[in-house]
Design a protein around this ligand. Structure first.
Ligand SMILES: NC(=O)c1ccc[n+]([C@@H]2O[C@H](COP(=O)([O-])OP(=O)(O)OC[C@H]3O[C@@H](n4cnc5c(N)ncnc54)[C@H](O)[C@@H]3O)[C@@H](O)[C@H]2O)c1
Length: 596
C-alpha cells in the first residue's frame, strides 16, 4: 500500500530548505523545520515569512491561507525533533562528510519506515545512503531554486532504492504540483550536469575580461530567452554552493576540465561574496537576501555617455548582401530613421530584397505596429543598388554576404578602396574571425563585428565584436548605433562563438552526449531544462529548430579553436547529420516533424 505522507521534516533552512518547507506547507503537509542553531532557525523562518508575505501582497495567497501555512510548520533546533515524520528532506551544505553524518543521525532518530531524502545537487546519493542501515529507503529529491516556483523535481534512485519508495515519492511530487523526472545516481543528474559547465564557462569569460557581467547576462537573456543570465544565476544559487557542486562534478564526472571551478569563484567565496544571500556576489544587492541589484563600481555608465567617448555620427548606412540577415538589417536601419544604401550583386536580387522588406513592413502595418506613413517613410529612405561604388559617401557599412572568408575579405578590400576615411566597417559574421576580415583593409581600427540575430527586426540583441585592432571610437560608435536601433549591444572579444554561441552550443552538445549515454530520454531532458531552469525550449527542441548541421558546424569551430576535449562534437550529432536528419527543415531531427 502506498505511504501516506502526513508530516515531513526539512533539515537545513538556507536557500533551498526554506523554499522546500514552503512547498510542503502550501500543500497541506505538516513540516518539522530543523536548523543547527536558533539564529539559523530565525533566518529560515524570516525567509518563509518574507516569501509568503510577498505572495499575499501580490494577491497570490489569501491571508488566511498564509496563516494556515505558517501554522503547519514546527520550528526546531536539532534532529531529535524528527522522530515521528514520514519523510525527511536534507538540504544542508554540499559536503559529503556532513551529509553522511546527518544521515547516520537521521537513521538513529527517525522511525524505521521513514524515507530519508537528500536535496544534494551533485553528491552521490548512494554514498550518502550507506551511512544508514536503510539504504533502500534513501532517495534523492532534487528541487530547483526557487523551490516554490520551479516545477521540476529530479527523483534520484540508487541501485538499492526500493521500487515502492520511488513510486511513493513520485506520487508525492505529483501531489505537490511538481513534474518529476526519475533518474539514476550520476553527478549533476540531468539539469546541473548540463547547466554547470555553462555557468563555469561564463564565469571564465568574466574572469578573462572577455565581456562585462552585464553584457554576458544580457547576451544569454536576449539571445536565448533565458530567464536570467549566468552570473545573476550564480548569485542566486550561491557561490559557495556552486563551488561545491562544480568541484564534486569535476571529481565524480570524469575530471572534465570544464567543471574545474574557475579560480575566481573560490576567491569570491573566500572573500565572503556568496551572491544574493550575503548581499554581494557578481552583483551588489540592496541587502543580504534581497533580489534587488543596486549600482556599484562596475555598473556601466548610461549609453548617452558612450557618445561622449568619441562615437562618430552616423546618418547614412550601407548594407551589403541579399540574404535573410541583410534584408532584416536593411529594415531595422530604415525603420530607425537611417538613410540606407542596399547593395546586392544584381538588379534582380535588389528587386527581391526590396519586395521582402516591403512585405515585412506591410505585416507591421497589418498588425498595427507601424503606420502606413512610417512604412512609406522607411521605404523612402532606402536606395537600391548593385554597385559597390555607391557606398562612397556612407558613414557605416554592414556586410551580410555569404559566410565565406575569401568572399568577405575581397569585399572588405574593395570597401577599403571605395569608402571615405573614418567610416565604420562592420561584418555580421557569426563564425569567422573578425580580425581576418579587418586585416583585408588598410584600416583595421575601423572594423568591428555587428552580430545580429535572426530575425533581425525582432531579436533585441547585437553582439559587438572587438578585435585586438578595433579602436575604442569604433566600438563606441557601434554601441551608439545599437542603442539608436533600440537594440541591446553587448561588447565581446573576437573569439569563436562570441558570447551566445560559445555558451549555448557546448550545452546543446552535452545534452546530445547525455542522450547518447542513455542516461535519460530527449523528452525528460527537455522537461528538465524547461521546468528546472526556466528555459523557453529544451535542448532537443532547440537543436531541431536551429538545424543539426548548423549546430554541428558551430560546435566544430568551437572545438577547433579551443581544443577543449569536452567540446568535441557528440558522435550522435555527427551521425544524425550524416543520415540527413537535420531537424525541422528536413522533417526529422531528434524528433519526427512530418506529422506535427
Ligand atoms: N542553491 C541552489 O540553487 C540549490 C538548488 C538545488 C539543490 N541545492 C542543494 O541543496 C543543498 C543546500 O544548499 P543551499 O544552497 O540551500 O545551502 P545554504 O548554505 O543556503 O543552506 C544550508 C543550511 O543548512 C544549515 N545547516 C548546516 N549544518 C546543519 C546541520 N547539521 N543541521 C541542520 N542544518 C544545518 C545551515 O545553517 C544553512 O542554513 C545542497 O546540497 C545543495 O547542493 C542547492
Amino acid at each position: 500500500m502506498a505511504r501516506e505522507f502526513s508530516s515531513v521534516g526539512v533539515v537545513g533552512l538556507g536557500t533551498m530548505g526554506a523554499g522546500i518547507v514552503e512547498v510542503f506547507a502550501r500543500n497541506g503537509i505538516d513540516v518539522v523545520a530543523v536548523e543547527i542553531s536558533d539564529a539559523a532557525l530565525e533566518r529560515g523562518r524570516a525567509t518563509l515569512t518574507g516569501s509568503t508575505d510577498r505572495a499575499v501582497a501580490k494577491g497570490k495567497l489569501a491571508e488566511a491561507d498564509r496563516d494556515a501555512l505558517l501554522a503547519r510548520v514546527d520550528w526546531q533546533v536539532g534532529l531529535d525533533a524528527l522522530h515521528s515524520v514520514d519523510l525527511v528532506i536534507e538540504a544542508v551544505p554540499e559536503h559529503l562528510d556532513l551529509k553522511q553524518r546527518i544521515f547516520a543521525e537521521l537513521d538513529r532518530v527517525c522511525k524505521p519506515e521513514a524515507i530519508l531524502a537528500t536535496n544534494t545537487s551533485s553528491l552521490s546519493v548512494t554514498e550518502i545512503s550507506v551511512a544508514t542501515t536503510r539504504p533502500n529507503q534513501v532517495i534523492g529529491i532534487h528541487f530547483f531554486n526557487p523551490a516554490p516556483v520551479m516545477k521540476l523535481v529530479e527523483v534520484v534512485r540508487t541501485v538499492v532504492t526500493s521500487a515502492d519508495v520511488v513510486a511513493d515519492v513520485e506520487a508525492l511530487c505529483k501531489r505537490l504540483g511538481k513534474v518529476d523526472v526519475t533518474i539514476n545516481d550520476r553527478a549533476g543528474f540531468i539539469a546541473n550536469a548540463l547547466l554547470f559547465g555553462y555557468l563555469n564557462h561564463a564565469v571564465g569569460m568574466f574572469e578573462a575580461r572577455y565581456a562585462s557581467r552585464e553584457d554576458i547576462d544580457a547576451a544569454m537573456k536576449l539571445g536565448c530567452g533565458l530567464p536570467m543570465g549566468p552570473l545573476a544565476l550564480m548569485d542566486l544559487i550561491g557561490l559557495d554552493t556552486a563551488y561545491e557542486i562544480l568541484d564534486t562534478m569535476y571529481r565524480r564526472g570524469g575530471r572534465d576540465r570544464r567543471h574545474a571551478p574557475v579560480p575566481l569563484i573560490k576567491q569570491m567565496v573566500t572573500a565572503g561574496l556568496l551572491g544574493r544571500k550575503s548581499g554581494r556576489g557578481f552583483y551588489t544587492y540592496e541587502r543580504p537576501g534581497s533580489p534587488a541589484v543596486v549600482p556599484d563600481e562596475q555598473t556601466p555608465v548610461a549609453t548617452g555617455a558612450a557618445l561622449a567617448d568619441g562615437a562618430r555620427a552616423i546618418a547614412k548606412v550601407g548594407v551589403v548582401g541579399s540574404g535573410t540577415m541583410a534584408t532584416g538589417i536593411i529594415e531595422v536601419f530604415a525603420k530607425a530613421g537611417y538613410e540606407v544604401v542596399s547593395v546586392t550583386r544584381g538588379a534582380e536580387k535588389s528587386a527581391k530584397v526590396c519586395e521582402t522588406v516591403k512585405t515585412s513592413l506591410n505585416k507591421g502595418v497589418v498588425r498595427g505596429k507601424l503606420s502606413e506613413a512610417d512604412r512609406d517613410a522607411a521605404l523612402g529612405r532606402v536606395t537600391w543598388s548593385a554597385v559597390l561604388d555607391h557606398l562612397a559617401d556612407v558613414d557605416l557599412v554592414v556586410e551580410a554576404v555569404v559566410e565565406e572568408l575569401s568572399v568577405k575579405k575581397a569585399l572588405f578590400a574593395s570597401l577599403d578602396e571605395i569608402c571615405k576615411p573614418g567610416v565604420v566597417l562592420a561584418t555580421t559574421t557569426s563564425s569567422l574571425p573578425v580580425i581576418d576580415v579587418a586585416m583585408a583593409t588598410q584600416r583595421p581600427a575601423d572594423v568591428v563585428g555587428l552580430h545580429f540575430f535572426n530575425p533581425a527586426p525582432i531579436m533585441p540583441l547585437v553582439e559587438i565584436v572587438q578585435t585586438i585592432r578595433t579602436s575604442a571610437e569604433t566600438t563606441a560608435t557601434a554601441r551608439a548605433v545599437c542603442a539608436a536601433l533600440g537594440k541591446t549591444g553587448v561588447v565581446c572579444g573576437d573569439r569563436s562563438g562570441f558570447i551566445v554561441n560559445a555558451l549555448l552550443f557546448p550545452y546543446l552538445n552535452d545534452a546530445v552526449k547525455m542522450l547518447e549515454a542513455s542516461y535519460s530520454t530527449a523528452d525528460d531532458i527537455d522537461h528538465a531544462m524547461k521546468l528546472g531552469c526556466g528555459y523557453p525550449m529544451g535542448p532537443f527542441e532547440l537543436l531541431d529548430v536551429v538545424g543539426l548541421d548548423v549546430s554541428l558546424a558551430i560546435q566544430r569551430e568551437l572545438y577547433l579553436e579551443l581544443r577543449e576535449p569536452g567540446f568535441a562534437p557528440a558522435p550522435l550529432l555527427e551521425h544524425l547529420v550524416t543520415a540527413g536528419y537535420l531537424g525541422r527543415k528536413s522533417g526529422r531531427g531528434f524528433r519526427d516533424h512530418t506529422n506535427r
